[in-house]
Design a protein around this ligand. Structure first.
Ligand code: MG
Length: 395
């Protein structure tokens, strides 16, 4: 399976019809969402596809630099090629989410080729299925959207942001009853102090969350320790990390119960397998991040979850922009709160190149709105005193 060509496809993606993240703000996805896909071709005619996040427009510039290192190589040598690309990027400093996003795009495409060549779904190469369907959770913003999600069969929900978050989370819990799982994502804004996160966490303990996500920023270890020591809820994080070493630190820290890699920026299946093993060794569970991801990364997440014994639940924007289905030849099938694991050989999908080309990238950054305390986003500083504490922690 000699590699002959790497094609890069970058597109502007749209936002869901409604965003779950509180307030009147519109989703940052409306103007800043890009999807980046790599197609890797072989001499035999097989084409693998992968997706890279971690700032897609920047990853798109990195991939053509890496492509010559792959030409003439054997697609089956995924571990060696993964190592080769890491070495090639050493001179740029730590990989971070951009380097790890480039790795993810290529590595996923190589595993797709390998699985296609063997005539097996990707999960069979990652250890085989431990489950035939993957549970997912959807975003909601209030009791009404929560009831609607439950009515269509979703069995786990997430509400996010900080504005009146305790009040909103309790309203949702009371609307859905005890049998539907509830997650709260504070998005770890740097201005949310450990003290405030503890107050929110304690106020939510009785709501029996599946987990509390990013109570403080990932670069605030003292805040994390304070929350961990003071809040009796499972904690989750990991969506902003890229490398195996970063996940090792998170997993070994004892600060989280649930690990949330973004399958577009964590090095592809080669590294995802290792992250799953690190987490399994410490009895931690996996809940892959989705957020702004496109359809190919979601296919990768489903195969990984299908083969990971400690897979807990997958994030999924539902509803999402219609283009998520239109950008690929085949879409994942979701019903009753589960996504069926694809049985087709390989990853199970391919790009609709005409659709992708018809949506050229325009902009790939936006200030989040709606998930942030009003007032702070007018002032912009990354780290500053938050406003309206009662609006955050009161019920
Ligand atoms: Mg999150």
């Amino acid at each position: 399976m000699k590699l002959t060509q790497v094609n890069v496809h970058l597109m502007q993606a749209g936002a869901p019809t409604h965003t779950a993240w509180g307030g009147a703000g519109k989703s940052a996805l409306a103007s800043g969402r890009n999807w980046l896909f790599a197609e890797v071709h072989t001499e035999e005619g097989l084409v693998g596809v992968g997706e890279g996040s971690g700032w897609p427009r920047v990853v798109a510039a990195a991939l053509p630099d890496l492509a010559p290192l792959l030409l003439g190589e054997d697609a089956f040598q995924t571990e060696r090629l993964h190592q080769k690309l890491r070495v090639a990027m050493m001179g740029h400093g730590h990989l971070g989410v951009v380097g790890s996003g480039a790795l993810a795009a290529i590595d996923t495409a190589l595993w797709d080729i390998k699985a296609q060549a063997l005539g097996r779904p990707l999960c069979d190469l990652l250890g085989g299925r431990v489950r035939d369907r993957v549970p997912y959770y959807a975003h909601v913003k209030d009791a009404e959207t929560a009831r609607a999600a439950v009515a269509r069969g979703v069995r786990a929900l997430k509400v996010g942001g900080t504005r009146q978050i305790v009040e909103r989370a309790w309203a949702i819990r009371e609307a859905i009853g005890p049998d539907v799982d509830l997650i709260v994502d504070l998005h770890g804004p740097a201005w949310l102090t450990g003290a405030d996160a503890v107050a929110v966490g304690r106020a939510l303990e009785g709501a029996h969350l599946l987990f509390l996500e990013e109570p403080v920023a990932p670069d605030d270890p003292l805040g994390w320790r304070r929350v961990r020591d003071s809040v009796a809820l499972p904690l989750a994080a990991g969506e902003r990390l890229g490398t195996l070493a970063e996940f090792d630190q998170l997993i070994a820290s004892g600060l989280v119960d649930v690990v949330q890699p973004d399958t577009g920026r964590t090095g592809g299946p080669t590294q995802l397998k290792k992250i799953a093993a690190l987490a399994e060794a410490r009895a931690l569970q996996l809940a892959p991040h989705s957020g702004s991801l496109g359809p190919v990364a979601e296919f990768a997440a489903v195969h990984w979850m299908a083969a990971s014994p400690n897979g807990l639940i997958l994030e999924r924007l539902e509803p999402d922009w219609d283009g998520k289905q239109a950008a690929v030849a085949r879409s994942l099938q979701a019903s009753g709160g589960y996504i069926a694991v694809p049985a087709d050989a390989g990853l199970g999908t391919s790009l609709d190149l005409a659709f992708v080309a018809a949506h050229p990238s325009e902009r790939n950054i936006a200030l989040p709105a709606g998930g942030w305390e009003p007032g702070t986003e007018q002032e912009i500083p990354y780290l500053q005193a938050r406003r309206s504490r009662a609006r955050i922690v009161d019920r």
